[in-house]
Design a binder for this molecule. Structure first.
Ligand SMILES: [Zn+2]
Ligand SMILES: [Zn+2]
Length: 270
């Protein structure tokens, strides 16, 4: 499912806050601090974001809201600085990482919709070329309570399901990745990955998806090693959905390659 993403204009803040940037290396998760967030209508969610924007601009003297995106308790993603701006959310990560505010505070837990919104948003970020498997807490960058104990433990266990941990891929069945988060971990796999660096299961999931997408792996099949055959299989799948798919375009699972692979799988399932 695609996440619901509202533009800055819809939220009611300026659409280009801060200077041009391309944060693509990962995601930094934030919460609002010790005070609880009121969970009312979505109009009030937007009003809260406008409030933080004024506070960051007038109180802190920044260009405006420091976060790239905010996810409210409805699971709706509201655009702050957006994907093509340097953020003001964590020193050392502002130019490289997407700052995402999960709108909760104190001991509040994320709602099921909020978790779902964040999961779908991560997939969307992956399709935009962000290394969205790399999620870090604000406290990884600076000494801070942010993003609070609850979100911090979810970040460290990479657990974004409604009720506990997300199961990992099912061994060597070769049936493809079983959950969205597993699929996300396929991004940035590259030729040479597999048995020797412990990424065998991810490579098997990738190979399963190549087959599901109508690609072929005639000699080695889903063997868990990302060699020439897997690279060529991925390249041809990309070509099948209209990519130029030049020589070498199967050597790494870029966000773009992943999106095209999923597009080919979806096409076959129609
Ligand atoms: Zn923070
Ligand atoms: Zn809302």
């Amino acid at each position: 499912m695609a996440p619901v993403i509202e533009s800055a204009a819809t939220v009611g803040i300026p659409s280009s806050i801060g200077s041009y940037g391309r944060p693509r290396s990962g995601v930094v998760v934030h919460y609002v601090g010790s005070s609880h967030v009121s969970r009312g209508s979505h109009a009030s969610c937007r009003a809260q974001v406008r409030g933080w924007h004024s506070y960051h601009r007038n109180g802190n003297g920044w260009a405006g809201l420091g976060y790239h995106f905010c996810v409210c308790h409805h699971g709706i993603v509201m655009t702050g600085r957006g994907l093509n701006r340097v953020g003001a959310h964590a020193p050392g990560a502002n130019a490289s990482h997407v700052g995402v505010l999960i709108m909760l505070g104190g001991s509040q837990r994320p709602t099921a919709n909020q978790l779902k919104g964040f999961r779908e948003f991560r997939s969307w970020l992956g399709r935009k070329g962000v290394r969205s498997s790399n999620v870090t807490p604000h406290s990884r960058w600076i000494s801070t309570s942010c993003p609070g104990n609850h979100l911090r433990s979810r970040v460290s266990s990479n657990s974004w399901g409604a009720g506990g941990t997300i199961p990992s891929t099912g061994g060597s069945s070769g049936g493809g990745a079983s959950t969205e988060d597993d699929e996300m971990s396929l991004i940035n796999l590259r030729k040479g990955d597999g048995k020797k660096n412990g990424r065998r299961e991810h490579v098997i999931a990738l190979q399963g998806l190549i087959l599901k997408a109508g690609g072929s792996l005639p000699e080695y099949g889903t063997d868990g090693d990302y060699g020439d055959e897997t690279a060529e299989g991925l390249r041809k799948v990309r070509k099948s959905v209209g990519s130029a798919a030049k020589k070498g375009w199967g050597n790494r699972v870029s966000g773009h390659a992943y999106a095209q692979l999923m597009q080919a799988v979806a096409k076959r399932q129609d």
